[in-house]
Design a binder for this molecule. Structure first.
Ligand code: ASP
Length: 313
């Protein structure tokens, strides 16, 4: 069902979708985050009238930071509060899209749709994928059956908890593993494959206004030959939390585990994640650190950061 009276707001944050390369240059040597979100919309014929756009940031999303997250969440929240707005689209780089989408879902869990989209090819490519993805995102953001943070790429709709960039170069680079996509878009119409979960928002106002006051949470990977030096160094610079990215079901090299136990005894919050690409972890009573369930390490880092902020806030 289309909610044709509602405005869709398109917020630009940069990424390859806004990337360009000089004429004749190899399209892999492009620079991300060059074109404005207004220019991106101009390149998509047949979009509905009355779209509103705003440039929130202009970054290659490999360089994404907490300050942009906070600003984006605030702008999304302001727009969603308007009765004129039916949904919001966020254009983003593919590299950290899953982190920003997860963060926004945790703090806003919006009743209206907030649809992330991106591109694997720059805007100046011979066959760019950005315009089609942007058209799909606008259609999904205007669809009355959509809610919450969603991601649309190549006509596939993913959820913020499950989605991840799973391939470095392919056009269909995104996956939600064994959870599967939420739905599909064809000719601007969405068919849902499963119910989109409704979640409770943590809210925004309680977050420290200065992201440099957010607790430091780091990722450390278990691998053959690892020792505890990184963990000890992180404790030395005041980390508040560590997500230990273990092998298999979150198993950790004994040297790393010993260092993590030392860190935990000093008050550092430690969680276990997995290097495995798919599937949820299964808790075992013998594990010294809680596991992160089905969250990827990068999302588990966000979850732990939010948890630490809640417990001190
Ligand atoms: N490095 C780029 C970014 O994440 C890649 C992309 O957009 O696909 O912004």
């Amino acid at each position: 069902m289309q909610n044709v009276n509602s405005t869709v707001v398109v917020l630009g944050t940069g990424g390859t979708i806004a990337g360009t390369s000089p004429p004749g240059a190899d399209e892999r040597n492009y620079r991300a985050a060059q074109l404005s979100v207004a220019a991106l919309l101009e390149a998509v014929p047949g979009l509905p009238a009355g779209l509103v756009c705003e440039q929130v940031a202009q970054v290659d999303s490999k360089d994404m930071g907490h300050a942009v997250w906070l600003q984006l969440a605030q702008r999304v929240s302001v727009h969603l509060a308007s009765s004129q707005v039916g949904g919001v689209v966020v254009t983003h780089g593919t590299d950290t899209l899953e982190e920003t989408a997860f963060f926004l879902q945790r703090v806003l869990a919006p009743a209206k749709p907030v649809v992330f989209t991106a591109a694997m090819r720059p805007a100046t490519a011979a066959e760019p994928d950005g315009p089609g993805n942007l058209r799909d995102a606008v259609a999904l953001a205007a669809d009355a059956s959509a809610h919450g943070v969603l991601v649309v790429m190549g006509g596939v709709v993913f959820g913020p908890r499950d989605v991840r960039k799973a391939h470095p170069t392919r056009l269909d680079a995104f996956s939600s593993g064994s959870a599967g996509p939420l739905g599909q878009l064809r000719d601007g119409k969405v068919s849902w494959r499963r119910e989109v979960p409704r979640e409770v928002a943590l809210g925004l106002d309680w977050l420290p206004a200065n992201p440099s006051d957010w607790p430091r949470v780091d990722l450390v990977v278990s691998h053959a030959g690892v020792d505890g030096a990184l963990v000890d160094a992180l404790c030395g610079i005041g980390t508040r939390g560590i997500v230990a990215v273990g092998t298999g079901n979150g198993t950790l090299h004994e040297a790393l585990e010993a260092a993590l136990l030392r860190a935990q005894s000093k008050g550092v919050a430690v969680r276990r994640a997995t290097r495995c690409r798919d599937g949820a972890m299964v808790p075992r009573s013998s594990d010294p650190f809680p596991d992160v369930g089905d969250l990827t390490p990068a999302k588990a880092r966000i979850e732990l950061m939010l948890e630490l902020m809640r417990s001190t806030g």
